[in-house]
Ligand binder design. Structure first.
Ligand SMILES: [Zn+2]
Length: 219
Protein backbone atom coordinates (compact mmCIF):
# COMPACT_ATOMS: atom_id res chain seq x y z
CA UNK A 1 0.00 0.00 0.00
CA UNK A 2 1.32 3.44 -0.91
CA UNK A 3 1.78 6.00 1.80
CA UNK A 4 -0.02 9.29 1.43
CA UNK A 5 2.34 12.03 2.54
CA UNK A 6 1.48 15.69 2.70
CA UNK A 7 4.26 18.16 1.89
CA UNK A 8 2.55 21.37 2.88
CA UNK A 9 -0.67 22.64 4.43
CA UNK A 10 -3.60 22.73 2.04
CA UNK A 11 -7.10 24.00 2.63
CA UNK A 12 -10.34 22.56 1.29
CA UNK A 13 -13.94 23.55 1.69
CA UNK A 14 -16.93 21.23 1.44
CA UNK A 15 -20.53 22.26 1.36
CA UNK A 16 -23.44 19.86 1.15
CA UNK A 17 -26.72 21.57 0.39
CA UNK A 18 -29.93 19.89 -0.67
CA UNK A 19 -33.05 21.93 -1.05
CA UNK A 20 -35.52 19.48 -2.54
CA UNK A 21 -37.20 16.74 -0.52
CA UNK A 22 -35.72 16.81 2.96
CA UNK A 23 -33.43 19.87 3.05
CA UNK A 24 -29.91 19.10 4.21
CA UNK A 25 -26.99 21.31 5.09
CA UNK A 26 -23.38 20.72 6.09
CA UNK A 27 -20.36 22.99 5.59
CA UNK A 28 -16.79 22.23 6.60
CA UNK A 29 -13.40 23.88 6.02
CA UNK A 30 -10.39 21.65 6.59
CA UNK A 31 -6.70 22.39 6.71
CA UNK A 32 -4.78 19.26 5.72
CA UNK A 33 -1.24 19.41 7.08
CA UNK A 34 1.86 17.27 7.51
CA UNK A 35 2.25 15.83 11.00
CA UNK A 36 5.03 13.94 12.73
CA UNK A 37 2.65 11.79 14.75
CA UNK A 38 1.94 9.31 11.91
CA UNK A 39 -1.41 8.02 10.68
CA UNK A 40 -4.37 10.35 10.52
CA UNK A 41 -5.16 12.76 13.34
CA UNK A 42 -7.79 15.40 13.89
CA UNK A 43 -7.92 18.75 15.62
CA UNK A 44 -11.29 20.36 16.24
CA UNK A 45 -10.88 24.15 16.13
CA UNK A 46 -14.37 25.41 15.41
CA UNK A 47 -16.81 26.94 17.84
CA UNK A 48 -20.17 25.27 18.59
CA UNK A 49 -21.78 28.22 16.81
CA UNK A 50 -19.98 27.20 13.61
CA UNK A 51 -20.36 23.41 13.85
CA UNK A 52 -22.00 21.86 16.94
CA UNK A 53 -19.85 19.31 18.76
CA UNK A 54 -22.40 16.58 17.94
CA UNK A 55 -21.15 16.56 14.32
CA UNK A 56 -17.50 16.11 15.24
CA UNK A 57 -17.54 12.32 14.73
CA UNK A 58 -19.31 12.69 11.39
CA UNK A 59 -16.63 15.08 10.09
CA UNK A 60 -13.82 12.72 11.17
CA UNK A 61 -15.68 9.73 9.72
CA UNK A 62 -16.11 11.51 6.38
CA UNK A 63 -12.35 11.95 6.01
CA UNK A 64 -11.50 8.45 7.30
CA UNK A 65 -13.93 6.88 4.85
CA UNK A 66 -11.88 8.20 1.93
CA UNK A 67 -9.26 5.56 2.77
CA UNK A 68 -11.70 2.64 2.98
CA UNK A 69 -11.85 -0.07 0.28
CA UNK A 70 -13.49 1.26 -2.87
CA UNK A 71 -12.98 4.90 -1.86
CA UNK A 72 -10.94 7.51 -3.68
CA UNK A 73 -7.82 7.01 -1.52
CA UNK A 74 -8.25 3.27 -0.91
CA UNK A 75 -4.78 2.61 -2.42
CA UNK A 76 -3.16 4.83 0.17
CA UNK A 77 -2.38 4.72 3.81
CA UNK A 78 -2.37 8.11 5.55
CA UNK A 79 1.11 8.66 6.92
CA UNK A 80 1.37 11.65 9.18
CA UNK A 81 -1.65 13.71 8.17
CA UNK A 82 -3.20 16.22 10.52
CA UNK A 83 -6.73 17.36 9.71
CA UNK A 84 -7.54 20.67 11.37
CA UNK A 85 -11.23 21.48 11.26
CA UNK A 86 -10.93 25.24 10.98
CA UNK A 87 -14.27 26.48 9.69
CA UNK A 88 -17.76 25.70 8.60
CA UNK A 89 -21.35 26.37 9.41
CA UNK A 90 -24.51 24.53 10.26
CA UNK A 91 -28.24 24.93 10.06
CA UNK A 92 -30.56 24.50 13.03
CA UNK A 93 -32.96 22.10 11.36
CA UNK A 94 -31.35 20.93 8.10
CA UNK A 95 -27.99 19.76 9.42
CA UNK A 96 -27.45 16.10 10.19
CA UNK A 97 -24.52 13.69 10.47
CA UNK A 98 -24.75 12.55 6.86
CA UNK A 99 -24.52 16.13 5.56
CA UNK A 100 -21.34 16.76 7.56
CA UNK A 101 -19.84 13.44 6.53
CA UNK A 102 -20.30 14.33 2.86
CA UNK A 103 -19.12 17.92 3.35
CA UNK A 104 -15.95 16.62 5.07
CA UNK A 105 -15.31 14.18 2.18
CA UNK A 106 -15.63 17.02 -0.28
CA UNK A 107 -13.40 19.33 1.77
CA UNK A 108 -10.69 16.66 1.97
CA UNK A 109 -10.82 15.89 -1.76
CA UNK A 110 -10.75 19.62 -2.57
CA UNK A 111 -7.74 20.18 -0.29
CA UNK A 112 -5.72 17.50 -2.07
CA UNK A 113 -6.98 18.22 -5.57
CA UNK A 114 -8.23 21.77 -6.00
CA UNK A 115 -10.90 21.74 -8.70
CA UNK A 116 -10.23 23.54 -11.94
CA UNK A 117 -12.17 26.74 -12.05
CA UNK A 118 -14.37 25.43 -14.84
CA UNK A 119 -16.80 22.79 -13.64
CA UNK A 120 -15.21 19.35 -14.10
CA UNK A 121 -12.70 20.94 -16.48
CA UNK A 122 -14.81 19.97 -19.46
CA UNK A 123 -14.93 22.45 -22.31
CA UNK A 124 -18.07 24.26 -23.33
CA UNK A 125 -19.43 24.34 -19.82
CA UNK A 126 -22.31 26.71 -19.36
CA UNK A 127 -22.07 28.03 -15.83
CA UNK A 128 -25.06 30.34 -15.87
CA UNK A 129 -27.23 30.03 -12.78
CA UNK A 130 -30.71 28.69 -13.63
CA UNK A 131 -32.26 31.24 -11.27
CA UNK A 132 -30.46 34.56 -11.84
CA UNK A 133 -28.90 33.60 -15.18
CA UNK A 134 -25.56 35.08 -14.19
CA UNK A 135 -22.22 33.42 -13.57
CA UNK A 136 -20.63 36.07 -11.33
CA UNK A 137 -21.46 34.15 -8.14
CA UNK A 138 -21.11 30.64 -9.49
CA UNK A 139 -18.51 28.39 -7.88
CA UNK A 140 -17.62 24.73 -8.36
CA UNK A 141 -19.40 22.47 -5.94
CA UNK A 142 -19.90 18.78 -5.35
CA UNK A 143 -23.58 17.96 -5.78
CA UNK A 144 -25.52 14.86 -4.82
CA UNK A 145 -27.44 13.14 -7.58
CA UNK A 146 -30.50 10.92 -7.39
CA UNK A 147 -29.90 7.16 -7.46
CA UNK A 148 -31.91 6.51 -10.62
CA UNK A 149 -34.00 8.54 -13.02
CA UNK A 150 -37.76 8.21 -12.52
CA UNK A 151 -39.23 5.53 -14.84
CA UNK A 152 -41.94 7.76 -16.08
CA UNK A 153 -43.51 11.05 -15.32
CA UNK A 154 -46.94 10.38 -13.97
CA UNK A 155 -49.58 12.76 -15.22
CA UNK A 156 -49.61 15.82 -13.05
CA UNK A 157 -46.65 14.68 -10.99
CA UNK A 158 -43.80 17.13 -10.85
CA UNK A 159 -40.50 15.57 -11.72
CA UNK A 160 -37.92 16.16 -8.96
CA UNK A 161 -35.36 18.77 -9.98
CA UNK A 162 -32.60 16.51 -8.82
CA UNK A 163 -30.78 14.78 -11.65
CA UNK A 164 -29.96 11.10 -11.31
CA UNK A 165 -26.49 9.65 -11.82
CA UNK A 166 -27.66 7.61 -14.86
CA UNK A 167 -28.70 10.89 -16.53
CA UNK A 168 -25.23 12.39 -16.38
CA UNK A 169 -22.25 11.57 -18.59
CA UNK A 170 -20.34 8.70 -16.96
CA UNK A 171 -17.04 10.59 -17.25
CA UNK A 172 -18.50 13.49 -15.26
CA UNK A 173 -19.26 11.30 -12.23
CA UNK A 174 -16.79 10.84 -9.42
CA UNK A 175 -15.27 7.43 -8.70
CA UNK A 176 -16.86 5.05 -6.19
CA UNK A 177 -17.93 5.53 -3.44
CA UNK A 178 -18.75 9.02 -4.66
CA UNK A 179 -20.54 7.87 -7.81
CA UNK A 180 -23.67 9.62 -6.66
CA UNK A 181 -21.81 12.95 -6.73
CA UNK A 182 -20.83 15.26 -9.52
CA UNK A 183 -18.58 18.29 -9.59
CA UNK A 184 -21.29 20.75 -10.54
CA UNK A 185 -21.92 24.41 -9.86
CA UNK A 186 -23.44 26.46 -7.08
CA UNK A 187 -24.71 30.04 -7.20
CA UNK A 188 -23.81 31.62 -3.88
CA UNK A 189 -26.22 34.48 -4.51
CA UNK A 190 -29.30 32.30 -5.09
CA UNK A 191 -28.28 29.26 -3.05
CA UNK A 192 -28.93 27.03 -6.04
CA UNK A 193 -26.84 24.01 -7.00
CA UNK A 194 -26.96 22.91 -10.62
CA UNK A 195 -25.32 20.60 -13.12
CA UNK A 196 -24.14 22.30 -16.33
CA UNK A 197 -25.69 20.88 -19.51
CA UNK A 198 -22.38 19.62 -20.87
CA UNK A 199 -22.14 17.09 -18.02
CA UNK A 200 -25.59 15.69 -18.73
CA UNK A 201 -26.58 13.19 -21.45
CA UNK A 202 -27.84 15.14 -24.50
CA UNK A 203 -31.20 13.30 -24.52
CA UNK A 204 -31.82 14.36 -20.92
CA UNK A 205 -30.99 18.01 -21.72
CA UNK A 206 -33.36 17.85 -24.71
CA UNK A 207 -36.11 16.34 -22.56
CA UNK A 208 -35.65 19.07 -19.92
CA UNK A 209 -35.89 21.76 -22.61
CA UNK A 210 -39.18 20.26 -23.86
CA UNK A 211 -40.54 20.13 -20.32
CA UNK A 212 -39.59 23.76 -19.74
CA UNK A 213 -41.27 24.73 -23.03
CA UNK A 214 -44.46 22.87 -22.06
CA UNK A 215 -44.43 24.62 -18.68
CA UNK A 216 -44.01 27.99 -20.38
CA UNK A 217 -46.96 27.26 -22.68
CA UNK A 218 -49.22 26.46 -19.75
CA UNK A 219 -48.44 29.74 -18.04
ZN1 LIG B 1 -28.02 32.78 -9.18
Amino acid sequence: MKKLLIQRAMTGEGRFVRQTGFPRFGHVVLSVEPSSSGGLSFQWEVSPAQIPEMFRDAVCRGVSRMFEPGAKFAQYEPDGILIRVVGGSSHDTDSNEGSFEIAAMEAFVMALAPPPDEAAGLPGSSRGCPKCGGDANVVSKMLMLGKQSPREERAGARRPDQLASDECLPEALLAAPLQQFIQGCYCTRCGVGFVPDNLVKPAVVEEARKRAARRAERL
